[in-house]
Write a new protein. Structure first.
Length: 281
């Protein structure tokens, strides 16, 4: 009897595993989260749309839009590129931003202490967005623009160290033009874990490399709530990589050489700072 029960359990496990692994590791529409932002000066970054009950915002790192020394806008105009929430659709979403108009109207907000900024896109009703002045929708996919729902956002205090994460973005700084291995206009994912948190700064440390271009993108935490059931929530915005510094000293001639490399860890600003900017309690 025990052998029979064990045999049935083994068969059930095999069938269940086949069912679990038949689909994508994350929900299909989550692939549409990343947005490529291209400034008229030629620089690029990543970000994502965020939907509240009444409004749509674009979220990115502050250093994408603002010069870190002067605090001024890096460009006058920007273009946002994203894809349909239906992976089978090839059409794009293209939105033009007049940053000067938006800043003057206070539709752009930059956090005072954290590397994050938001742009108010407009009032939203279902799939329709009534854009504010300075926003022009150039092209729209049949399924429309996908934003992260406010219900799918997790605050800093609820982030769980050791949980797996996915980082979305457009790593336009990697690769070589002479060897076109990746399409710079298509997003890429990276996989890692939450390595820890920094409570004093309310930042999240990720065991996942970050490079210019895909920093600024959203981070999706995967939380196992029960066997074969998971939650997928956005926990923050990639801000920077953690450097590894090596110092070489020549004592004879009394000079030093410091080499900075990417440690493989990255820092993310938590969604708490984003919610502050859009005034969500």
């Amino acid at each position: 009897m025990r052998k029979l029960c064990f045999g049935l359990l083994f068969v059930f496990m095999l069938i269940t595993q086949d069912e679990v692994h038949a689909g994508r590791a994350i929900p299909d529409d989550n692939l549409a989260y990343p947005v490529l932002v291209r400034l008229d000066t030629g620089s690029n970054g990543s970000g994502f749309f965020l939907n509240t009950a009444t409004d749509t915002y674009f979220v990115t790192a502050a250093h994408v839009l603002f010069d870190e020394t002067s605090g001024n806008l890096r460009a006058k105009e920007a273009t946002l590129l994203s894809y349909s929430k239906n992976p089978k659709e090839t059409e794009k979403n293209i939105v033009k931003l007049d940053l000067s108009i938006l800043l003057a109207a206070q539709e752009i907000r930059k956090h005072l202490t954290q590397d994050v900024a938001t742009i108010h896109i407009g009032k939203s009703t279902g799939d329709l967005i009534n854009t504010v002045p300075g926003i022009t929708v150039v092209e729209m996919s049949p399924s429309g623009i996908l934003g992260v729902g406010i219900a799918n956002v997790k605050r800093f205090g609820d982030v769980l160290t050791s949980n797996p994460i996915y980082v979305f973005g457009y790593p336009t700084s990697i690769g070589m033009k002479e060897i076109p291995q990746i399409d710079p206009f298509r997003p890429l994912l990276r996989f890692g874990i939450i390595a820890g948190t920094n409570p004093a700064r309310k930042t999240i440390i990720l065991d996942c490399p970050s490079y210019p271009g895909n920093s600024d993108g959203p981070i999706l935490e995967v939380e196992e709530v029960k066997p074969f059931s998971r939650h997928f929530q956005v926990i923050g915005v990639i801000s920077q990589f953690v450097p590894f510094a090596e110092t070489w000293e020549n004592k004879t001639h009394r000079y030093q050489n410091i080499t900075i490399s990417n440690s493989g860890y990255a820092v993310a600003v938590s969604m708490d700072s984003v919610l502050e900017l859009i005034s969500v309690p």
